[in-house]
Each structure stands twice: as structure tokens, then as C-alpha cells.
Design a protein around this ligand. Structure first.
Ligand code: SF4
Length: 401
């Protein structure tokens, strides 16, 4: 069914949890304590399909089941195809393995000099500080370690990681990730940020987090003070569908922005969730309204048990083509494939360039018209202004196909 966006509607309130005092609902520790983590809890709230039941029964061998009450409210309990439901309720297909799928699809373990630290690019490191998240995304790239359902027994070694960064002056950029770094206590997070800030060669600190989406209550004034104190700290949040853009998420983004945290968004292109032009357009417009710059749109990594989520790359290219020129440039994310095995992010773009020669480049605009842009300027004596203007226009006029 075609997606219909209601631009004025921002979900808010306690939904199924009306009986809970607002002070509990707004308390992030209450949300964590009351997560839905078992099939029995889920079935008290909704009717599962057979496929979902099978997925839930296997979740503890693959990736744990956990959904915050706040996020559960966004699920359409009467629609098995609900894009929010698909992201967090396990399905039987997670236990199937397709050709080319890998446990560690980005080859992170091979580039890990100390536990929890990935140093693949010369000037930046990925610092995995926890294996826990507020809720678990069924397509998670790090499902091998996140939630410890696969007995990976991840133990982040903060001190070893910090010492490694201190000893490597080439590292100017540190990305805190996991799991979700914002699940750490304020005290632990402040300690990490203070230590990183004290390292002279670390210029850029960023956090990858889905907490604002799963648990916006975690973005407290106290957390904001920590970001102000150790900023600039950049943050990539992770929103996949416009239904996730609620009044609560908008409020959390506002609090982060006012604490000086520049916000970007990373979406994963997911079959049946957001592989649709209208869905993606609604999402990126909501992101801009929440002060968040759409940053990356990822083709899904080749993780084991993820085939049912894999969208067609041609669909991704079609989405980007439908956005470029048709909406605000700030709203358009870069579509990328993280090259399997650890080759890094590679931009996947619609083909606008038709030909490049010594003399010129020929390319199409967003409407498909052809243009040429000369690469070799023929220098001549200055002409009267009127003539220059007319010649400049002719050089960039559409070619007849
Ligand atoms: S929040 Fe991030 S790390 Fe956690 S399950 Fe989702 S994608 Fe994986």
C-alpha cells in the first residue's frame, strides 16, 4: 500500500501504558526495566504471526529480543507488514544463511589491536564501548557480539583502548559505538569523554547511537551538560522510517542540538521498511525538521540471517535519483555500500556523467536533460559584457539528444 505522509502528525503520549505515572514513563531507567524481552510478554500485547513466533523462539541464539515500551507504541499490532514491527520483532528467516553472508561482514575483528577497538583507517578508530542496546534491530551489522546471544563474550577494555589511542598520534577521529554508548551511565560516559578530550591529537569525537530513537528519555539535561562540557561531540542517530520521528524524538534532538551536538542520521535501506521513494522523502523531510542532517543511506551489510531485509540496489539508486533536484540538497543522504570484508564505504550514485573528454564533460541534470561544460578554455581578448554573457549561456545550454 502506498505510504501517505501526514506532515502535521507527530506521535506522542504513553500509548498502551496510560496507567503508568508520567514520572515513570519519562524516566529512562523505568523504560529499560520494563522492556519487552520475552515471547510471553510480547504475546500479552499482540498476536504474533507463525513466522514471528519462530523468530522469537530462536532469538536467544541469534540476537536478543528487547523493545522499550516507548518504541513498542509505534508498532501497528494489527499489521504484520508494519515497518516498525519488522525492525524489532524477530522472524524465522533470521536463522537462514544465504551465500556471501558473514558473521563479521565488515572484517572488524581482523583490525582490532585491542578488544573493542577497530583501527582500519590511519587517522580514525572505532571504539566499541558496550555490547548492549536499548532495543535490538533485527538487521544489526554487529549481531555477532551485540546482546551476547551468540556467546561472543565481548568485554570492552576501556583503559587498553584509551592507552592505544594515546600512543597513536595519527588518530585524530574517535567514533564511540557498540552496542549503544548512551546506555553507559553519565559517570562512565563523562570519564570516557574527559579522557579522550585530554588527548591532544584527538580532534574529532563522535557517537553512533540509536538511543534517541528507542529511548529518547535518556537525553536528559544532565547528559546535555556533559556534551556541553566536552564538546564538540558529533552524533549519528539511526532513524529508518518517518513513523519513528515522534514528538519525543524531536524533543530529544532539540535537547542534543541545544547542548551543541551536531546531528546526522544513518539509515539502512531495508526491504519492506523504507525502500520506497515516498517513505524516504517523508523521512528526510522530518529529519530536517528535527535539526538532523540525513548523512548516509546504507545498503544493508551481508550479515548472516539478513537476506529477508536486503533491498535491491537499483531501488536505492532510484530513490536517490528521485530526491536529487526534487528536494532540498541538505536532505539527501549519501547512498553507500560498506564494501564486504572491510573495503570501506563506497558511494553508489545515479549516473549523471555521460562522457568526459579533454575538451568537455557531458552530463544530465535531474530532469534528464543533457548539458556540456567545456574543460578547455579558449582565451581571447575581452569582449563587450553583453557578448560574454550570451556566450556563457550557450556553453551550458541543453544539448539536443
Ligand atoms: S542500535 Fe545499533 S548496535 Fe544496537 S542493535 Fe540496533 S543497529 Fe545494532
Amino acid at each position: 500500500m502506498a505510504y501517505i505522509e501526514d506532515r502535521a502528525a507527530w506521535f506522542e503520549g504513553q500509548g498502551l501504558w496510560q496507567h503508568i505515572p508520567a514520572s515513570d514513563w519519562l524516566d529512562w531507567t523505568w523504560q529499560l526495566k520494563n522492556r519487552i524481552t520475552t515471547i510471553e510478554q510480547l504475546e500479552r500485547l499482540m498476536t504474533l504471526t507463525d513466522d514471528e513466533r519462530a523468530g522469537c523462539l530462536h532469538a536467544n541464539q541469534k540476537l536478543a529480543l528487547a523493545i522499550t515500551p516507548y518504541f513498542f507504541n509505534l508498532i501497528d499490532r494489527h499489521d504484520p507488514d508494519c515497518p516498525i514491527r519488522k525492525q524489532v520483532i524477530p522472524r524465522g528467516a533470521e536463522m537462514l544463511v544465504a551465500d556471501g553472508e558473514m558473521l563479521d561482514s565488515l572484517g572488524e575483528d581482523a583490525h582490532s589491536p585491542v578488544p573493542g577497538l577497530v583501527h582500519r583507517y590511519p587517522d580514525r578508530v572505532l571504539f566499541l564501548v558496550t555490547d548492549r542496546c536499548a532495543a535490538y534491530c533485527r538487521y544489526c551489522t554487529r549481531s555477532r557480539l551485540v546482546s551476547n546471544a551468540q556467546d561472543y563474550n565481548f568485554h570492552p577494555e576501556y583503559e587498553q583502548g584509551l592507552r592505544y589511542i594515546e600512543a597513536h598520534p595519527e588518530v585524530r577521529d574517535v567514533l564511540l559505538s557498540g552496542g549503544d554508548p548512551l546506555l553507559l551511565s553519565d559517570k562512565k560516559l563523562e570519564h570516557l569523554l574527559a579522557r579522550l578530550r585530554a588527548i591532544k591529537h584527538v580532534e574529532f569525537i563522535r557517537i553512533g547511537s540509536r538511543i534517541p530513537v528507542f529511548l529518547p528519555q535518556r537525553i536528559t539535561p544532565e547528559l546535555g551538560e556533559i556534551f556541553k562540557k566536552y564538546g564538540p561531540v558529533w552524533m549519528s542517530i539511526h532513524v529508518n522510517h518517518p513513523k519513528e520521528a515522534t514528538a519525543e524524538l524531536r524533543g530529544a534532538c532539540e535537547r542534543l542540538s541545544f547542548a551543541g551536538v551536531p546531528l546526522g542520521n544513518q539509515s539502512v535501506l531495508l526491504k519492506g521498511v523504507n525502500d520506497d521513494v515516498e517513505v524516504m522523502k517523508a523521512l528526510i523531510h522530518r529529519l530536517l525538521r528535527m535539526r538532523v542532517r540525513p548523512y548516509y543511506l546504507y545498503q544493508m551489510d551481508l550479515i548472516t540471517g539478513g537476506a529477508h531485509f536486503k533491498a535491491d540496489v537499483r531501488k536505492g539508486i532510484e530513490i536517490i535519483r528521485a530526491l536529487r533536484g526534487h528536494t532540498t540538497g541538505y536532505a539527501i543522504p549519501q547512498y553507500v555500500i560498506d564494501a564486504p570484508g572491510g573495503g570501506g564505504k563506497v558511494p553508489i550514485n545515479p549516473d549523471y556523467v555521460e562522457n568526459v573528454t579533454e575538451e568537455e564533460i557531458i552530463f544530465r541534470n535531474y530532469e534528464g536533460q543533457l548539458f556540456r561544460y567545456p574543460l578547455q578554455a579558449k582565451i581571447r581578448p575581452a569582449a563587450p559584457p553583453a557578448e560574454v554573457a550570451s556566450e556563457g549561456f550557450l556553453l551550458s545550454a541543453p544539448l539536443v539528444e
